[in-house]
Design a protein around this ligand. Sequence first.
Ligand code: GP9
Ligand code: MN
Length: 620
Amino acid sequence: MKEFIKNHRFVLICLLTLWVKTFIVSTFIFQVSTADMLETVIFILNPLSFILILFSFGLLMKPGVQRWYLFICTLLLSIVLYSNAVYFREFTDIITLPMLVMGGNAGDLSTSVFELIQWYDVLFFLDILVFAVLLWKKPALLTVTQLPLRKNKKVYGGLIGAALVVIGLSQLDQPENPETMTHTFDREGLIQRYGLYNFYVYDAVIHTRTAAQAIFSEEDEWNDINEHRAAYRALPNSEMHGIARDKNVVVISLESIESFVIGETAGGEEITPYLNELIEESYYFPNFYDQTGQGKTSDAEFMINNSLYPVGRGAVFHTHSENEYTSLPNTLRRAGYETVSFHANDRTFYNRDVMYENLGYDYYYSGSYFDITEENSVGWGLKDIDFFRQSMDYVEELSEPFYATFLTLTNHFPYELDEEDHFIDPLDSESEILSRYIPTVRYTDEAVRLFMEDMKEAGLYEDTVFVMYGDHYGIAESHNDAMGEFLGKDIDPYENVQLARVPLIIHIPGQEGEEVETISGKVDVMPTLLNLLGIPEHPRVMFGSDLFAQFRENFVVLRNGDIVTDEYMYTANTCYERGSKQIVHEEACSPIRDRGEWELFYSDSIIFGDLIRFRDVDDM
Ligand code: GP9
Ligand code: MN
């Protein structure tokens, strides 16, 4: 043993530092928690299996090569670990392989990423620094020895055996609900059971499997899907049918605006005075939840335009932009609408140029259509007031009726805004992000007010239905303490799900509107709009239901598998009774949990299998 340590100092040190680093990050940043002793043991041991196998290959190499192999492996795994740690701070999620093709998006993310990096992050790479210096100055200290396979079968047997024991152990702890892992891609659960590095092996398998699904999918997969949809979808409200027939439709994505700002004040002033005013004469949905996955803004657009769920890994705009869809823009185009999207960003961002065309947008007014200067930009680009103002020139040229979507941008993390554009003071919160969020939300609110005035001035307001939604959360879970302080309540898992609510406003000029309590999500917008416009649902494939439907079910499933109904909320493996917030036996939630699993599973099957191509949708 002593001899082994003396001969293999470097491999042992690399193994130890990587193991410890991974454990620390998994515990304190990913906040993986374990329920019992077995889970804890598995969780502590699981990074080892991957590292042991990887380093075993190194032992076959000559000393000179082996040192570099170990160094590079340790560096690469540290980069994987670190990137995930940074990503988790904002997204509370793990990076998946399809996101790597979104790399093109990274350029624009620079302001956001910078904000997420902390000075103490150098600690992640301290070991690498020490190794580099030693490799350079005193390589002899980092002893390595080649172990030819033929003479060392026992050593390799032992190493691989140990790795297999660790993997085997994780099999002992079968999750109660294995579907959660596969249908909703419960990444935290996967990290807990298999460790971060093995997760990527698993992710690669899933990646290949989903890629193959389109090739092997068959028409009869529709049988189960149709049965599922028929069981749950509500008939649209007949009284509302066609009340907005032939009107223009304007859909505004309110970047990162969460429901908690609506009607709320900061320093005695309203955060969203205009939206509050508008809600008074609109349909407003206070229980509307964010169902986006890793594709954020684009996932929200996908749901609004298809009434299908986004995929669980990566952005569907990237992964399935060639599929056939029975989308809203396509539907409206066939009904004689001009269909356009406005967003002052590069046209390839989120692969929008490709996806928009496929979804049936006639035109995409992207960054190059706007006059973007240093003065009129902040953070991610053109400020919302200038964005709407400049868009108006194009809007006035559209032929009516039109369907126009607008994506705002100023209220994007990290919420930068020059003081001259502050209509409200920043909050005095321990979280700088939350403090800065308030003036940027307020700014977007003002931009929407001015846009609505412009629409009136252009004589378009009366003939237009307006839909405004918060695209996804704005304040990450890592700021929950500050959120709790601001809202004056403890943010437990229940309240955490409540914070996933985003505003939905449907404004129909001439209609009084009302607050509609129904529990819903983005997939419900398209059927609602179709009904208002008097367009039948058939043959479109939708998972949502009209928000005004008489016998609408109160149900929403979030992309991470959390469920909210009028009776229960299911999150973090816990079942809550909704009114009382009491924790009840998990079984009470199992029907809704299963229902949610299948809901996502069938929507995914349609997307992965490109199943709409088997349907006769020509008469859309
Ligand atoms: C980028 C904008 C922001 O074009 O939609 O995207 P997000 O980071 O919110 O997904
Ligand atoms: Mn967004």
